[in-house]
Design a binder for this molecule. Structure first.
Ligand SMILES: NC(=O)c1ccc[n+]([C@@H]2O[C@H](COP(=O)([O-])OP(=O)(O)OC[C@H]3O[C@@H](n4cnc5c(N)ncnc54)[C@H](O)[C@@H]3O)[C@@H](O)[C@H]2O)c1
Ligand SMILES: O=C(O)C(=O)C[C@]1(C(=O)O)C=C[C@@H](O)C=C1
Length: 354
């Protein structure tokens, strides 16, 4: 039996990634975007088709547009696809729902959601079918959401191989202020500070700086909307960090305050340990295997092929470029048990393990 059509409105990073995951699972996906070129690029990458669907057959609409456009797009979708459950993937939930309530719409078929996966990139070119694999995906039903619509969004989450978490909108917004929006602003402040660092000092940048600034490369147009929509939850978090920063400054200023500084550093260690592992389980300490790769076309592909042949499950990767030599360093995170096998396999295949 063929699966019912899904419409994805907004064929950017998140929308096109959902389109790719649904297409891979056999769903016919119809892509819509204010920029037809985005929908076409997404279609060419396997996210669906730009052809219009038969409206009455559509059973799910996913709104993946920037936060300010969400209320209009959701309201329009509820009207245009009368049989469909409508969900959105916006990063902030309460403001959108409040706007929809004020319009006095029948919201029974609307259930908000938010995949906790993305990147610093925008647009369909950066879409990936596996973006949501093992990531949390929050579903935020409201008091009028129909159970069958909630179930339809759950199925979307499962199809994208994500891990469902159900929350109400206020709790969701408080949580993302802490684990997404505040970290984003911290990264932005750190990266912005680099504008006053001379170039010869930047040459010394290692992985630490890259780790804390990656997300600062995100689209400011999107993030100004996210922070504005969640300002009530973000402000107390910022104030709390402001107080901690003042404590750190005082501790460093006053030579006798080493204990205060140590306390802050220890709090940091404890905080990192509280971040759950990939599957929502206790965090796992992975081993990092660093492999030197020549800066030549195809080198990365060959390396991944060799890792694949070894049958080793890589949990995370990062690449650092050597500023002076034409090489890069690929860091592969694997379980401590797999580390010796990976090192042996890669060395046998002629790679330099650093
Ligand atoms: N970027 C992330 O990491 C991330 C992660 C999870 C959720 N989100 C949320 O997902 C949504 C989309 O973010 P993104 O990163 O994919 O952005 P994006 O810029 O990559 O894609 C947004 C797409 O929506 C299109 N669009 C804009 N207004 C439209 C309208 N009125 N009608 C139809 N199409 C329209 C744009 O042309 C673009 O193709 C946002 O609400 C964001 O909060 C983002
Ligand atoms: O990994 C990243 O690049 C992200 O920042 C993704 C991230 C996050 O903070 O986790 C950013 C905003 C979204 O609303 C959801 C996910």
């Amino acid at each position: 039996m063929s699966l019912p059509p899904v419409v994805v409105i907004g064929a950017g990073l998140v929308g096109a990634s959902i389109g790719c995951a649904l297409t891979a699972a056999g769903y016919p996906v119809h892509l819509r975007d204010a920029k037809i070129s985005h929908a076409r690029v997404a279609a060419s990458l396997g996210a669906g088709t730009v052809d219009p669907p038969v409206t009455a057959d559509v059973d799910l609409v996913v709104a993946a547009v920037p936060p300010v456009a969400l209320p209009d797009v959701i309201a329009h979708a509820l009207h245009s696809y009368p049989q469909a459950t409508v969900t959105d993937v916006g990063s902030v939930k309460a403001a959108v729902l409040d706007t929809l309530w004020r319009r006095e719409l029948d919201l029974g078929r609307y259930v908000g959601s938010h995949p906790m996966a993305g990147s610093q990139y925008s647009g369909p070119m950066t879409a990936r079918a596996d973006l949501f694999v093992d990531r949390s995906w929050v579903i935020t039903p409201h008091r009028r959401s129909r159970p069958e619509s909630v179930a339809r969004v759950s199925e979307l989450v499962r199809t994208c191989h994500a891990r469902e978490i159900v929350m109400d909108v206020e709790d969701h917004d408080a949580a993302v202020a802490r684990v997404s929006h505040l970290p984003h602003l911290m990264s932005v402040l750190m990266a912005g500070h680099l504008n006053q660092v001379p170039e010869n000092h930047l040459l010394l940048a290692g992985q630490g700086l890259r780790d804390v600034t990656r997300i600062a490369g995100s689209d400011p147009g999107l993030w100004v909307q996210i922070v504005a929509a969640n300002s009530a939850a973000v402000l107390p978090e910022l104030r709390s960090i402001q107080a901690r920063l003042a404590e750190v400054i005082m501790a460093i200023e006053s030579r006798s305050a080493a204990d205060t500084l140590r306390e802050q550093l220890q709090r940091g260690v404890e905080g990192t340990r509280r971040i759950p592992g990939k599957h929502g389980t206790a965090p796992v300490a992975y081993s990092q295997v660093v492999i030197e790769i020549p800066d030549t076309p195809g080198a990365l592909g060959r390396l991944f092929a060799d890792v694949g042949k070894a049958g080793i499950n890589v949990e995370d990767i990062s690449i650092e470029h050597d500023q002076a030599r034409q090489v890069g360093y690929l860091s592969l995170a694997v379980t401590p048990e797999q580390e010796p096998e990976l090192i042996t396999t890669m060395t046998d295949r002629g790679w330099t393990v650093v």
